[in-house]
Design a binder for this molecule. Structure first.
Ligand code: SF4
Length: 476
């Protein structure tokens, strides 16, 4: 897929994009096949490339390809991957990095043997480490920050567990990481636990995944969420857990609950659909409006719309319908074609909205491009009034943890007031969920700041150091 196509696609949907999903299996005869199904369940986390690497105890076999899991594995590639242990990865990348070399798992040979890595998240000090290593003679094969981790491990000179431990202490940012040698799997989560990662059991073996929905697909039993700053080693001696980080403080990405994760997944025991529904209920409490009908922008806003409608005592209706079969590579070369692109993806149901005062629930506004088109679509279908309610706070700051936000200037809420955004999208009224309302609605039982959420794209307060010219109020 070309970069140009990817950019147009993103602009059309006006959503933040998750960068990756990971899945691993230890000790199962069908490890590569299970990884395939697991990645399929995590497809929403990345559609640009997919890969699986397996070990038979002595050597690796692997395949990586561009596109959806079914496109990357569109022939007999899976039948050539063998072993009782496997890790897999689905990736979404920002424009400019869309190439096969960056597809994961990354596979390396070093003096200690073979090493495969699958990483979800983004390191904030990858550039600094890369430059330092390059000055010392390292040659990088990819532009992926995951390779930095591989180089640190390879150069450490320690045996693998100590090498990983030492390397993890040097990297900063977000990482849900799966590493594999010929006979060992190592799982690690960053000290803030910015990305979700769960551990499960399947027959005599273990599985690990970005989200619990993948466990349902492969028939695995959930054990627990991986803890921030935790490193888990699984080998023939069993499973061992340790803390590699002295200080840990959960700051799970709020957008996992708002938009990224699948509604049937649980994060730290909280079901994503129910959390979204509660956000909708809270949104009504904070910004009720006289209306006749409530509708949600499919698919991710439907749970919040149901919650809002329940709290308001109004009917939830299917006022907008999504066409699931518009290809990912659909190109919209100019403004007019882009507007038409939204119509190909979404239609208003005239009989539902005609003559009605409609509350339209969306989970977020990033650049504001799509919201205006949807409001117009509802009006053209006869809606008397369109009241937009957003089930998250305004996104004002970029993300450095692996989410494709735009630069600050492109984020509509960083430049405009809520009233200016309302005017821009042409709504009769507009309201966002408050930060406190969102935190209460999700209902995490956590003593960490912000009850264990990262709120940086709303507040500008990043939970880690960042190496950018950006306000950094590291939360203590
Ligand atoms: S900055 Fe926003 S998108 Fe990025 S990890 Fe934090 S909450 Fe998630």
């Amino acid at each position: 897929m070309s970069d140009a196509v990817m950019m147009e696609h993103d602009e059309l949907w006006d959503k933040l994009n998750e960068e990756c999903g990971v899945f691993g299996v230890f000790n199962h005869p069908d490890a590569p096949q299970l990884s395939y199904y697991g990645l399929h369940a995590l497809q929403h986390r990345g559609q640009e490339s997919a890969g699986i690497c397996a070990s038979d105890g002595e050597k690796f076999s692997y395949h990586r390809g561009m596109g959806l899991v079914t496109e990357a594995f569109n022939g007999n590639q899976l039948s050539k991957i063998h072993g009782r242990m496997a890790i897999g990865h689905v990736r979404y990348t920002t424009a400019g990095e869309s190439k096969l070399e960056n597809a994961q798992p990354l596979v390396f040979k070093y003096t200690g043997g073979n090493l495969a890595l699958a990483h979800n998240g983004n390191l904030v000090n990858a550039e600094q480490i890369r430059h330092q290593l390059e000055r010392q003679g390292s040659i990088f094969q990819t532009t992926s920050d995951t390779e930095v981790i591989a180089h640190l491990i390879a150069r450490s000179g320690y045996e693998i567990e100590q090498a990983v431990r030492e390397s993890l202490r040097m990297i900063k940012g977000a990482y849900a990481l799966l590493l594999m040698t010929e006979n060992k799997m190592i799982i690690a989560l960053d000290p803030n636990g910015l990305r979700p990662l769960v551990l499960g059991r399947l027959d005599e073996g273990y599985v690990v995944a970005s989200e619990t929905c993948a466990f349902e697909t492969v028939g695995a039993e959930y054990i627990r969420d991986v803890e921030p700053g935790e490193m888990i080693v699984i080998d023939e001696k069993g499973l061992r857990s340790e803390r590699f980080a002295g200080q840990t403080q959960r700051a799970i990405c709020s957008f996992e609950y708002i938009y990224f994760a699948r509604p049937d997944s649980d994060i730290d025991g909280i079901n994503v659909h129910l959390a979204r529904k509660e956000m909708g209920r809270q949104l009504y409490k904070e910004s009720a409006i006289e209306a006749d009908v409530v509708t949600g922008v499919p698919d991710s806003s439907i749970s919040a719309a149901i919650g809002y409608a329940e709290a308001a005592g109004l009917p939830y209706e299917l006022g907008l319908v999504k066409n699931r079969y518009v290809g990912r590579t659909f190109i919209q070369p100019n403004q007019e074609m882009r507007a038409r692109g939204v119509r190909m993806k979404l239609s208003a149901v005239r009989k539902v909205v005609e003559g009605k005062r409609v509350v339209m629930i969306d989970d977020s506004i990033v650049r504001g491009t799509t919201s205006g088109r949807i409001v117009r679509m509802l009006r053209e279908a006869g809606a008397k009034e369109v009241h937009v309610r957003i089930s998250s706070p305004p996104v004002k700051n970029p993300c450095f943890y692996g989410i494709d936000t735009s630069s600050r200037e492109e984020l509509i809420a960083s430049e405009k007031s809520i009233e200016q955004i309302r005017e821009y999208i042409g709504a009769d009224s507009l309201a966002f969920l408050s930060e406190k309302g969102m935190i209460d609605a999700i209902g995490r039982n956590d003593t960490a700041p912000n009850r264990g959420h990262c709120l940086a794209c709303f507040t500008g307060c990043y939970p880690t150091e960042i190496y950018e010219d950006t306000k950094n109020c590291v939360e203590k």
